[in-house]
Structures are given as C-alpha cells and as structure tokens.
Design a binder for this molecule. Structure first.
Ligand SMILES: Nc1nc2c(ncn2[C@@H]2O[C@H](COP(=O)(O)OP(=O)(O)O)[C@@H](O)[C@H]2O)c(=O)[nH]1
Ligand SMILES: [Mg+2]
Length: 718
C-alpha cells in the first residue's frame, strides 16, 4: 500500500444497533475495495471483521475491528464496531480516533435503542453522521417509516441522497438525487448500471434533489449566494455544501445500501471518498494538559494507542493513530505514560486479522504494530520534540457485576492474569479483588459481556470459571447514642493483661456540636474534650475519636491501642461483619493496672466496649443505592415501571424523548443483580440503562432482619 498523506485519509466508525448490518457492510466494502476476493457472511462465520472465535460462536461482533479500503486515491480507514450495548467499549474507543460516524439502520425497525445509545456518544463527541438505510431487501423493510423516524428526531437535518425504488425481496435499484441517476444491480450486486431516472420517479427525484440543493447551500455563504442567483448548484458544489453540513453537524445525509447483496456499496465508498472530511479538516485533539495538536505530518512524531488485542501466534497487536508527525519502521519512541523506550519494528495497515506491512505512516492515519515491550491501551509514544499524553477516552460505568471463581483452585492465578489481560483488550471491564467481600468481582456492561468472557476463558484458555452472586458491600452505622464499658482482664499464667474502657458512641453527622453532657439511665456524663481525631474511612464515611479522659484514668499512650481495637470492629461491624461508618466515639473513662496494662489489653477493651455500645445504639445496616437511567420505548414503559417497583426502587422522574421514555430511579444494588437480563427480556432487548453509585441508605427493617439472620447462620457454619 502507498503512503497516504493526511489530506487523503478519512477515518470512519461504522456504528449502529446489533444486527443492523455493519459487519456485512464492511465485508462488501472490503470486497469492492479489492482487499478480499470473495465476500464472507456472518452466517458462515467467515467475515473479515468477526474473526474472533467468540464472535463466530455467537454470530455477532464482540470487538471493534479496524480495516482500510483504498478508493479513488483516498485511504478510508474504517472501524467496524460491536452494536450491542454490552460491547459499547469498542464503539467509544473508535469514536475517539475517527472523524465521521456511519450509523447503519435496519429499515425493518428504524431507530432502535442501540441506535439512540450510540447516537448519544456520537453527539457527545460532536462527530459528523451519515445514516445508512440497510436491509432494503427485507420483506418488512420500511424505508419511508425509517425516514419519518429520523425526521421526527432530527428534523430538516435529515437529507436523503438516495431512495429505494423497490424495497423488499426484489430490491435492486435506487434513485440518487445527488447524481440524478438511477442505479440498478444484477442479483450479485457490485457494479451497478447507471440509468436515467424513469418518468414515474422524476417528480419525487426532482423534489428530493431540490431539497438537497437547498440543504447544501445552507452550509456555505458563497453557495447560498449562487443558489439564490441561479437556483441550482453543480455536483461539486453540492459535495462542498454537504461536506460543510457534515462537519457542522447541520446535515445528516441518508444513504441506501443492501449490504447483504452488495448493492449500492461502491456508491457509498465514492461518497465517503469525495465528501467525508479528511482528518486535516476536523477539530484538533487536545493533550491531557489542553494543548491543541494539529495533524501535521511535519510536526514531532506522536502516536496514540486506542486498542490492543492478543492474537494467536503473534501476541499483542497494538492499534494506534498518528496524532502528529510521521513514523517509519525502525523508529525509536518514548512511552510518555510509562517512561519506557520502544522500537517500532514493523508498521501495518490492517484488514481484520490480516496485516499488510507499510514502511511509513503519517499524521491522521491509523495503523498497527506488534511486539511492543510495554505499551498499554491509552498510552502515547512520542518522538523527539513531543511529550504529549492524551486521555480523551472516557468509558461508561459498568452495570452488571458477578463474583468470579476458578472451578479448579489451581487455575486461580492464571484466571487473574487473564482477567488483567482481557481488561487491557476491553476497558469496560472492571476487575476488583475485593478485600471487603473476599471475592474477585468482575463488572461489565451486561450478561452477554460476562458470558463472552467465560466463553473465551474456557474455549481459548481452557480455564474453567463460574460466576457467583456477588456479595453486597453493606455498611453499618448507629442511629442513637449509647454508652458501654468493658474490662479486659487476664491474670492467670504468663504476663497479665488489664484494661478497662468506658465510652459513648453516637451517630456522626457533618457540623455536629462538640461532645458535652450525656444522660444514660439516670446518670449524667459531662465530657471534657482533650483531643479529637477525625478519620476518613477508606470504605467511605468518617470515624470521630474523642479523648475525654480526665485525671489520667487511662494513660494517653493507650489511646492509639483503644482506637486500634475500635477500628478492628469498624472493619468488621458488630451486626453483619460489614464495614461500619459515621460514628463518633468518646472515650471518657477507664482503669489501668500498674503492671498488667498494655496495648493489647486496651485494644481488646476498646474493641469490646465499642462493640457493646454499638449494639445498644440502634445499629442499622446501610445498603448502596444506585441512580439508574432507563431508556425504554414508550410501549414498554408500564412493564418496566412495575418491574422496578418490585425492586424496592424510588422513581425519581421521567422525561419523554421522541417515542422513548427516560426513567430515572434510585434502586438498591441488591435489587440490580440481574437487571440487564430482566430488562432485556421485558423489552425484547429494546431498552438500555446506565447506573451510577448514589449513596448509602438504611435498609428496611425486614431486609435488616433477613441480613442479620443470614449472618448469624453463616457464623454458625464457620
Ligand atoms: N436481508 C438482509 N440481511 C442483511 C443485510 N445486511 C446484513 N444482513 C444480515 O443481518 C444479520 C446481522 O448482520 P451483521 O453484519 O452481523 O450486523 P451487525 O451486528 O450490525 O454487524 C446477518 O444475518 C446478516 O446476514 C441486508 O442488507 N439484507
Ligand atoms: Mg458486527
């Protein structure tokens, strides 16, 4: 492949709901681009882009795949993205290194939830969008319905470049209102016949052409002037106007394809080559410290790694975008994130798992390399004169968690290594060795996400795992003040131990007044604060430790031991062994023994006095509450709401968004365990949700009852 210059390179992300036909379209483009000699199919599991075993197994894309097509002196870099929400990470990475989004629609369904979710990201990144109306040969194809949905959502930004003449099983022709020609295909697709527009289509074509001319003129003052003077624009002027409209996101052109039959794919490639903005016309990226970096091939070399995969027989393949300058084989670069030196032994232009060596690659282009020593996804390698780092990729929060366990204990270490590696390949994985829950927790985007992890571990690595219900990180606190004292005494055999601690506990809240007078039973306790320690607990919340010892009842050197004992109990709360938080402890009295008092004595006395007081202070269990946002087609709203009501949720609000409802609710984590699966079965996969930790709240009494009982039983088992 020749070395393409920055203004000849176009980077395009292929997005759209799962099943809309992205991988099939990619296959047709690769075929028309001469990269492959025969088109594979998703059904036959022999496409270029779905090459991972797990993708062949499940019949849908799990990973994003980079491929390039040379078309009319341009290099079109594509990233075929997974459509399912569970694999959204691939689309998010892709959107950060590409400049235009091809949003593929299945005209049987039009705009789907998956489409809306991905459109949100496209909007967030401010990317130009081209809609591709695919599946036109399907019996239930509804092109006009799809256009109506698009117009309903985006209004006059929607501009048709083509329309199908005969959608449905006999589909084989479109009218292109930019070229004002009809294109017709033989059953095998590919190169079309270019015909004059038949009379019975003339009115519709003229009308849509006029709309296109007007829309194109809108995005360029000179074109607008020309349009007012002459009422028309040339093809090149139309392209210029469309291009300007794309960049400003003032226009979303709609194209027609039948990817399955390779129809209208060449025309799409031509349009992408002619009209889609090249890298040098797009907003520049910013470094972590906000410096603007132009894609200047003569600038200092800097490449950003947005994806890594591990492939059989070659190991790690690292995909990068040249942000500035150019790199050649043999270049030595410095890893700005890890400080290590790297030699770029080989550079490849890729098509799925096929890698074609190239000698040089310039700013704006996307390539891959192998055998790097120490490069991670998100790293930047710089040449002389550059010290850039970039952190523009933000991945969504996880929304499905499971504890993971190796079936065979001996595999545990290998399993953890694999988890780390898989996280490197897919950043939407969160792997946590939870000291608190004594579980390895994997959090991902959904049940499918985890199922693919399991499949890959078992089929590719022969490591058998099981998913178990993850424990809930409950917390414990108190709701009123209480007093307790404890004497620890051991004076038989060996060194004696003696320590006595008297303390008060009370719920801590921000801005609470200093300890003063307390009344327990008919006794009054006046506190003299000598010292206050505020501890921010690593598991959240605070512990306030107040020394109100008077008269040297306990020597100050024993107070750290008392605090240590208290902390041991805070770490393993008296109710269910969960972390305790937001407690103020006032140590106000005690006793010592001149010989037998020592740290261990006061640690134990402190711990047990605290435990007793805690249990007498209206102890309550807190549970993590999450804010969830559910996007659901209006006709499923009722079912989704009643399902949520069955999960102890509080509906916080709702807003409608063109045939979709956005539901906001607060739900206990405990009730979210298999929410993604239930939501998908309630709505046939046509809804999605996000979730974010909100706060800790008291559990209802019946839930507390159940948790105490379960804990007591688990203690008996131990
Ligand atoms: N009839 C028909 N089927 C198509 C077309 N494009 C894709 N498909 C089928 O739709 C299914 C999903 O296609 P795929 O490319 O995997 O979609 P993706 O999930 O968006 O990548 C596969 O069974 C394809 O064969 C099309 O234009 N017409
Ligand atoms: Mg796919």
């Amino acid at each position: 492949m020749k070395v393409y210059q920055t203004n000849e390179i176009k980077n395009i992300a292929i997005l759209g709901c799962s099943g809309s036909g992205k991988t099939t379209l990619a296959e047709a483009m690769l075929y028309e681009g001469g990269v492959i000699k025969r088109r594979g199919t998703v059904e036959a599991s022999n496409t270029v882009c779905d090459y991972f075993p797990v993708e062949k197994e499940y019949g849908y894309s799990v990973f994003s795949t980079v491929f390039s097509v040379e078309w009319q002196e341009r290099k079109l870099n594509f990233i075929d993205c997974p459509g399912s929400d569970d694999f959204i990470g691939g689309a998010v990475s892709a959107l950060n290194v590409t400049d235009t989004a091809l949003m593929v629609l299945n005209v049987q369904y039009g705009i789907e939830v998956g489409t809306i979710n991905q459109l949100r990201y496209v909007e967030q990144f401010g990317k130009p969008v081209i809609f591709i109306a695919n599946h036109l040969d399907n019996a239930t194809a509804d092109y006009d319905g799809t256009i109506a949905q698009l117009r309903d959502r985006f209004g006059s930004k929607i501009v048709q470049i083509q329309y199908p003449v005969n959608q449905g099983p006999l589909f084989n022709a479109v009218v292109d209102v930019l070229k004002m020609k009809m294109y017709r295909w033989k059953p095998e697709g590919g190169v079309p016949e270019v015909l004059e527009i038949p009379d019975d289509e003339a009115d519709k074509a003229t009308q849509l052409h006029a709309a296109l001319v007007e829309a194109a003129a809108e995005h360029d003052d000179q074109l607008m002037e020309k349009f007012f003077e002459e009422g028309s624009l040339s093809e090149d002027e139309l392209r210029a106007g469309i291009s300007a409209g794309l960049i400003s996101r003032g226009m979303f052109p709609v194209f027609c394809v039948c990817a399955g039959k390779d129809m209208c794919v060449r025309r799409t490639l031509e349009f992408l080559g002619n009209v889609v903005p090249a890298v040098d016309r797009m907003p520049h990226v910013k470094t972590t410290d906000g410096t603007d970096i132009a894609p200047d091939p003569n600038g200092p070399a800097s490449i950003f790694f947005f994806k890594t995969t591990v492939e059989p027989h070659i190991g790690q393949v690292s995909y990068f975008k040249v942000i500035s300058g150019k790199i050649k084989e043999g270049d030595d670069l410095l890893n700005a994130n890890r400080g290590s030196k790297e030699r770029i032994a080989q550079i490849f232009s890729v098509a799925g798992q096929t890698r074609n060596p190239v000698t040089e690659i310039v700013a704006g282009d996307i390539g891959a390399t192998v055998k790097l020593k120490d490069v991670r996804r998100g790293n930047t390698l710089n040449g002389k004169g550059a010290d850039y780092t970039f952190d523009f990729i933000k991945y969504p929060n996880p929304k499905y968690r499971r504890a993971i366990k190796a079936v065979n204990e001996a595999d545990a270490e290998k399993m953890n290594e694999l988890l780390t590696r898989m996280r490197e390949e897919d950043p939407t994985w969160i792997v946590e060795q939870s000291k608190e829950l004594k579980q390895t927790i994997v959090s991902g985007q959904g049940e499918f996400h985890l199922r693919t992890l399991k499949w890959r571990m078992e089929h590719n690595e022969k490591i058998f795992i099981e998913f178990i219900e993850p424990k809930i990180p409950y917390r414990e606190t108190i709701t009123k003040s209480a007093r307790a004292d404890y004497r620890h005494k051991k004076q038989s055999g060996g060194a004696g131990q003696f320590g006595e601690v008297h303390l008060v506990v009370e719920p801590y809240y921000e801005g609470m007044p200093a300890p003063d007078v307390y009344r327990f039973g008919n006794q009054e306790y006046k506190m003299n604060v000598r010292d206050t320690q505020t501890i921010d607990l690593e598991w959240g919340g605070k512990l306030i430790f107040v020394n109100c010892i008077v008269g040297g009842a306990i020597d100050t050197r024993f107070l750290p031991a008392i605090l240590k004992g208290v902390m041991a109990r805070m770490e393993q709360g008296p109710l269910t062994g969960s972390y305790a938080r937001d407690v103020r402890i006032i140590v106000y009295d005690g006793k010592m023994h001149p010989v037998d008092s020592n740290e261990i004595s006061f640690m134990l006395a402190g711990r047990n006095a605290f435990s007793a007081a805690f249990k007498a202070a209206g102890p309550k269990i807190l549970e993590p509450i999450y804010d969830i946002e559910v996007s659901v087609p209006s006709d499923y709203l009722g079912d989704v709401m009643s399902d949520l009501q069955g999960r102890r949720s509080i509906i916080m609000g709702m807003n409608s968004e063109k045939g979709y409802e956005k539901l906001l609710a607060k739900v206990p984590l405990k009730e979210m365990s298999s929410y993604s699966t239930s939501l998908s079965s309630i709505t046939g996969g046509r809804a999605s949700f996000t979730m974010k930790f909100a706060s800790y709240e008291l559990v209802p009494a019946d839930v507390q009852e159940k948790l105490l009982k379960a804990y007591a039983e688990s203690q008996e088992d131990d």
